[in-house]
Design a protein around this ligand. Structure first.
Ligand SMILES: Nc1ncnc2c1ncn2[C@@H]1O[C@H](COP(=O)(O)OP(=O)(O)O)[C@@H](O)[C@H]1O
Ligand SMILES: [Mg+2]
Length: 232
């Protein structure tokens, strides 16, 4: 525990990047982390494979592939039993697996780039998460995370205002558009490993902290729900 699901109804806003960066952050802190790659494009699994090849893999970080709707809940349950953090990276589609992976989560993080169309997709995804919450009766936290902000423009502020006006809860942390995030795909590394004092590494640490706060705030309710659902 906890389970953090990375969700969006479209591809490209940064689910896999955020999942890889946060997984390596928590593993570096000494936690056991499972990343469940629920996207048939296997981008997260390839990143993990590269990390192993290039020797940038470290700590207790396990990658599990599962794109099967019928198996995802059991896969999450068994990962929860033996890891401190379980991260589920979904495909960019409003698919059934997204509903299940949201229903199994303690927190759903919806990355969105700061554009009108991206925010519309984030709203759509948040509705799916709300349905998963209604179906399961679980207290699933859900927040939008604004990614790839260009600090030279006001687009980030516009996106924040748009999200707030739509009642979308937001992470306060945003990530800038940085080459450090793109490089990780090729090197199997992440900003936290490459240069822990870099601006990108600080952004990763800030997002991890916000997620930890969000999880701690809900932990009592979550553990109660786990027990009643038979998940230890
Ligand atoms: N903050 C960022 N700065 C620069 N590039 C980014 C950032 N976040 C993601 N990317 C790049 O955007 C592309 C899509 O990101 P990805 O995480 O694969 O999206 P998703 O998993 O949601 O489809 C990738 O090439 C990734 O390297
Ligand atoms: Mg992806």
């Amino acid at each position: 525990m906890p389970v953090i699901t990375f969700a969006s109804s479209k591809g490209g806003p940064g689910k896999t990047t955020a999942a890889g960066c946060l997984a390596s952050f928590w593993a570096k802190q000494g936690h056991s982390v499972a990343i469940i790659d629920a996207d048939s494009t296997r981008a997260l699994s390839r990143w993990h494979g590269r990390a192993k090849e290039q020797g940038t893999a470290f700590g207790d970080l396990t990658a599990i592939e599962c794109t099967d709707d019928e198996a995802i809940l059991d896969t999450v349950r068994s990962a929860v039993a033996s890891h401190d953090y379980v991260l589920v990276d979904c495909a960019g589609a409003a698919a059934r697996l997204l509903v299940y992976a949201s229903g199994a989560a303690d927190v759903v993080i919806i990355p969105a780039q700061p554009g009108e169309a991206d925010l519309v997709e984030a709203i759509k995804t948040a509705k799916i998460v709300r349905q998963a919450r209604d179906l399961t009766g679980r207290n699933i936290a859900c927040r939008v995370f604004l990614n790839r902000i260009d600090p030279r423009t006001h687009v980030g502020q516009h996106a924040m205002a748009q999200a707030k006006s739509q009642g979308l809860p937001l992470f306060e942390t945003t990530w800038a558009d940085r080459v450090a995030y793109r490089e990780g795909q090729y090197s199997g590394s992440t900003p936290v490993l490459d240069d822990p004092s870099s601006p990108a590494a600080r952004e990763v640490a800030d997002l991890a902290q916000e997620l930890d706060d969000c999880i701690t705030a809900d932990s009592h309710a979550v553990s109660q729900q786990r027990i009643s659902a038979g998940v230890q």
